[in-house]
Design a protein around this ligand. Structure first.
Ligand SMILES: Nc1ncnc2c1ncn2[C@@H]1O[C@H](COP(=O)(O)OP(=O)(O)OP(=O)(O)O)[C@@H](O)[C@H]1O
Length: 261
């Protein structure tokens, strides 16, 4: 059997929240979850606010520790790699480029940063990489001299995508990366992500509460509810025959919202 690109086994997270009387209190943000992701595949993680989606994403990129469980990358425990190596494998795109992109840096410097800290490339080689990624996301080499406030929201999210691509990761986690965008821009970024996936063989973990995006974009879906994984299926299976009552409700609510529009 083929080794999956990413294998997550019984991953969980408890946050210590203080004392109640003499007893330490914990918030079970993520109850044990297991899943696999193969090369070129898109896994969607869906759930309401507070269901543990971001906690899971943050653990995968090494921004949060886990309480239990294991993560394997191409069959090898991920903790065998240091943080530098890890961020070459898995990168993240966040919801709002206005907060994820430092407004004091030019686009060129924003894209150069990951290369400066994680590679031994010289300035000329780094510049070539920056220009290459700008082109890959549909921007121009001249945009390197711009500051984030000088470009549109859609272009800012393109820069965020380019920044995630700088170290040639295998997996990109998009944490509500389309949520803040206008509908027309959203479809442009969605198409860009699909194009990049084809060109570069990327795998995506798509964190979202928007079922209509998930339906068109992902191969498989995992539903989280109050920190628990309650359903996991191929996208087709999940939308055509949702097993869990909560998933059925999510799909019905989404259908009502779509009708109202
Ligand atoms: N640093 C922390 N300390 C304590 N509790 C936390 C911390 N981070 C998250 N939590 C709690 O963990 C649970 C899951 O949060 P998480 O942000 O992962 O959910 P989410 O599904 O991503 O929600 P959202 O869509 O609002 O981002 C919530 O109850 C949250 O309050």
């Amino acid at each position: 059997m083929k080794t999956p690109l990413l294998q997550v086994s019984n991953l969980s997270k408890c946050f210590y929240t203080g004392y109640k009387g003499f007893k330490r209190q914990y918030n079970k943000a993520l109850k044990p979850v297991s899943f696999e992701l193969n090369t070129g595949e898109t896994l969607a993680i869906v759930g309401e606010a507070g269901s543990g989606k971001s906690t899971l994403a943050r653990i995968l990129v090494g921004a949060e520790t886990r309480s239990s469980g294991e993560i394997f990358f191409e069959g090898e425990a991920l903790e065998k790699r240091n943080l530098k190596q890890r961020c070459k494998l898995i990168r993240m795109i966040f919801q709002d480029p206005n907060t994820s992109l430092n407004p004091k840096l030019t686009i060129g410097d924003l894209l150069d940063e990951p290369l400066k800290f994680n590679t031994t490339l010289n300035a000329k080689e780094r510049r070539e990489q920056v220009v290459d990624r700008l082109k890959k996301v549909g921007l121009l080499p001249e945009h390197a001299e711009f500051y984030p406030h000088m470009i549109s929201e859609g272009m800012k999210q393109r820069v965020a995508v380019a920044r995630a691509l700088m170290l040639d990761p295998k997996i990109i986690i998009a944490d509500e990366a389309l949520t803040a965008l206008d509908l027309s821009v959203r479809s442009q970024i969605l198409n860009l992500l699909l194009k990049l996936q084809k060109e570069m063989g990327l795998s995506y973990i798509f964190v979202s509460h928007n079922l209509s995006i998930i339906r068109h974009f992902s191969d498989k879906v995992m539903v989280l509810h109050k920190g628990e994984m309650i359903e996991k299926a191929s996208t087709e299976e999940l939308f055509n025959a949702p097993k869990h009552e909560y998933t059925q409700r999510l799909i019905q609510e989404q259908a009502l919202l779509t009708q109202k529009r």
